[in-house]
Design a protein around this ligand. Structure first.
Ligand code: PBG
Ligand code: ZN
Length: 320
């Protein structure tokens, strides 16, 4: 008789038959970095995650490296916001300074910088708003290019545009080439959906739109074919890594992307996914360790090469 249960009898035989593994070196820890010390501190909807000062983020990167987490994804929380997001392309802006601080404290840490304007604009939209109240694609792309060059100059290893403007990967890639930053990689948020799961992040980063929403640029959740088209475009435009975001409700997209393209696929296990799990665990409704291990393994099983997750540090601590 064929008895699949034979391979499930003991942990040793289950380990032999196991198809996929989570590894610390494929996890990326997002870090929120506040320019003003008074903005640092805990985030109520994301227990265990905090807004670091620049020095705090550098120390955290070092701790993460010692746990085997070699990559961080930076989100800046600037002291100043305006309609042009000018603090984003400031040579001495929070991401630029934090990158230098991380490289000094932990030289091997790979610094990935999220590139968007919503944390830097006073209206909270991801780009320049025109007189009709719409986000202007090409003006926003020009701004992203300007900021990307300052990130590259500051030593950022990977630029991760999360704005969903058309043509931004091509524009950033050409500018990086033209200015000699040929080794700076682009990890594009290619299939980024207009999702309610970003709620806790917007509290953490202070980036809630003051009017309207992001549905004019982020993708419509029911669409799947369109995700493959977006990913194909970003690869053509020069993206080194493409991303699907959010994660858990979009594992079908991760699988389709893995089966269709040859570049590394990243998935972003976003703030709302983290908050849901943490809330259920805090209520005693789920076993925390098992739920987190299972969740991260499922991203790998779905085909993700890179998993961006707020659980990275605690996973690495538990599996050290
Ligand atoms: C900035 C950005 C967002 C996230 C990553 N980059 C928020 C948004 O688009 O509103 C979400 C990350 C998360 O929820 O963990 N555009
Ligand atoms: Zn944004």
């Amino acid at each position: 008789m064929i008895r699949p249960r034979r391979l499930r009898r003991t942990e040793t035989i289950r380990a032999l038959a196991r198809e996929h593994h989570v590894r610390a070196d494929r996890l990326v820890q997002p870090l929120f970095v506040a320019e003003r010390e008074s903005d640092a501190g805990p985030i109520s909807s994301m227990p265990g995650i905090e807004r670091f000062t620049i020095d705090g983020a550098a120390a955290e990167a070092k701790t993460l490296a010692s746990l085997g987490i070699g990559s961080v994804l930076l989100f800046g929380i600037p002291a100043h916001k305006d309609a042009q997001a000018s603090s984003n392309y400031d040579e001495h802006g929070v991401v630029q300074r934090c990158t230098a601080a991380i490289k000094a404290a932990s030289p091997t840490t790979l610094v990935i910088a999220d590139l968007c304007n919503c944390e830097y604009t006073d209206h909270g939209q991801c780009g320049i708003v025109n007189d009709r109240g719409e986000v202007d694609n090409d003006a926003t792309v020009a701004l992203l290019v300007r900021t990307a060059l300052t990130y590259a100059r500051a030593g950022v290893d990977v630029i991760a545009p999360s704005d969903m403007m058309d043509g931004r990967v091509e524009a950033i890639r050409s500018a990086l080439e033209a200015h000699g930053y040929v080794d700076v990689a682009i990890m594009a948020y290619s299939a980024k959906y207009a999702s309610a799961y970003y709620g806790p992040f917007r509290e953490a980063a202070g980036s809630t739109p003051q009017f309207g929403d992001r549905r004019g640029y982020q993708m419509d959740p029911p669409n799947a074919r369109e995700a493959l088209r977006e990913i194909a475009l970003d690869i053509e435009e020069g993206a080194d890594v493409v991303m699907v975001k959010p994660g858990l409700p979009y594992l079908d997209i991760v699988r389709a992307a893995r089966d269709t393209f040859d570049v590394p696929i990243a998935v972003y296990n976003v703030s709302g996914e983290y908050a849901m799990l943490k809330a259920a665990i805090a209520n005693g409704w789920m076993d925390g360790d098992r739920a987190v291990d299972e969740t991260l393994a499922c991203f790998v099983r779905a085909g993700a090469d890179i998993v961006i997750t707020y659980f990275a540090k605690e996973w690495a601590q538990r599996h050290a």
